[in-house]
Design a protein around this ligand. Structure first.
Ligand SMILES: [Zn+2]
Length: 360
């Protein structure tokens, strides 16, 4: 295993994070200006005064959330409402129009490109485009790895992007399954470690308790996405483990959550796979339509919940978790929908997932 102290020192020196850590590992918030603190206080105040709202058929208690601004003809221009001003804002995109929307929002610091959603050429061009605009570029890895040795493997993809000739080096990599970790680590051994992208783990990699976080840290994790299966109280308890391991945390605040990932392509079994990046719809017996995303560059699918998950309008509940970054995951949204959502206008029908479960 690598020298832990050298590794931590490298991570502390890495730019782009909203927080830096002190000599005792204590977090020192260097990015939060007095103005931002005031905005946060105002938002908390608003949250306390919020009215009762109805979302997805469920009634929510008064004061829990900020009532989203309605889109009007007088105000059609997307406007960013800094709902969570203490955190770095990150976005993941799977389509070109989503990328354009994320690039148009000044407050977005880092954009992850889904490697299955873009051709290799588009990935390289996208990374350059993001970096040219002064943002950081991340690479979100695939959910399913079919063959680890061939030219399409995660390792081959990263070797191409990280080669000395590459003009499109990602600043961060979002890891989504365990075999990707091993492929990355073997690559990193041969690299100058200071130049290697930040290793972020997605919620799809198990990290539900302090022991699991310790293992992820040993495997090189620098940032972990907080588990979507835990409720808010359990996430608060996880903060101790994150702090002990000096792990930065990323909180998903918007996105369609996957119900199922399948290596059997729906298109292949119906009319034949076109190797494209499309969306189909499945209807359940209650008549709800669930989006199915085709990641046919690698020919796998994800079936998503009919309603997207969203907690970005709950600053009073999200801010105490003190996430180092918050993330919006875009999958089936149009560019215009992405702009509206990043502007603080969430869809009227959404789910809170497990965030509220078990909380009195
Ligand atoms: Zn396919």
């Amino acid at each position: 295993m690598r020298d832990d102290r050298a590794e931590r020192s490298r991570r502390e020196n890495r730019g782009g994070s909203a927080e830096k850590r002190g000599p005792q590992g204590r977090k020192e918030d260097t990015a939060r200006s007095a103005g931002e603190s005031q905005r946060a206080a105002e938002l908390r105040g608003k949250a306390r005064g919020g009215k009762e709202i109805r979302r997805g058929g469920k009634r929510e208690a008064a004061g829990r959330g900020v009532v989203p601004k309605r889109e009007t003809r007088e105000n059609p221009k997307p406007r960013f409402a800094p709902l969570l001003p203490v955190s770095e804002l990150r976005v993941s995109v799977e389509q070109e129009e989503q990328l354009r929307a994320a690039l148009s929002v000044q407050e977005v610091c880092l954009i992850y490109l889904d490697e299955a959603g873009f051709s290799d050429t588009a990935l390289s061009e996208g990374i350059r485009q993001i970096q040219r605009q002064g943002k950081r570029a991340g690479l979100r890895l695939r959910r399913i790895e079919r063959a680890s040795e061939d030219s399409c493997s995660v390792k081959a993809q990263l070797r191409r992007l990280l080669s000395p000739e590459s003009m499109a080096r990602p600043d961060a990599v979002l890891i989504r399954c365990m075999e990707e970790v091993m492929q990355l680590l073997s690559l990193r051994e041969a690299e100058e470690s200071a130049a290697f992208p930040e290793l972020c783990f997605d919620y799809t990699v198990y990290g539900y308790n302090a022991a699991a976080l310790s293992v992820l840290r040993e495997l090189g994790a620098e940032r972990v996405t907080l588990p979507i299966e835990l409720n808010r109280r359990e996430l608060m308890e996880l903060r101790g483990g994150l702090s002990r391991e000096q792990l930065a945390s990323e909180l998903l605040v918007y996105g369609h959550l996957p119900m199922m990932v399948s290596a059997n392509c729906v298109r292949k079994t119906s009319r034949g796979c076109d190797r494209g990046n499309g969306t189909e719809r499945l209807r359940d017996r209650m008549g709800k339509e669930m989006p199915v995303r085709m990641y046919c560059k690698y020919c796998y699918n994800q079936i998503f919940n009919a309603e997207p998950y969203g907690i970005s309008d709950l600053p009073a509940e999200v801010l105490p978790l003190r996430p180092d970054s918050v993330r919006y995951d875009f999958s089936v949204e149009s560019g215009e929908e992405c702009r509206r959502i990043l502007g603080g206008m969430l869809p009227t029908s959404l789910t809170r997932g497990h965030f509220h479960h078990g909380v009195e």
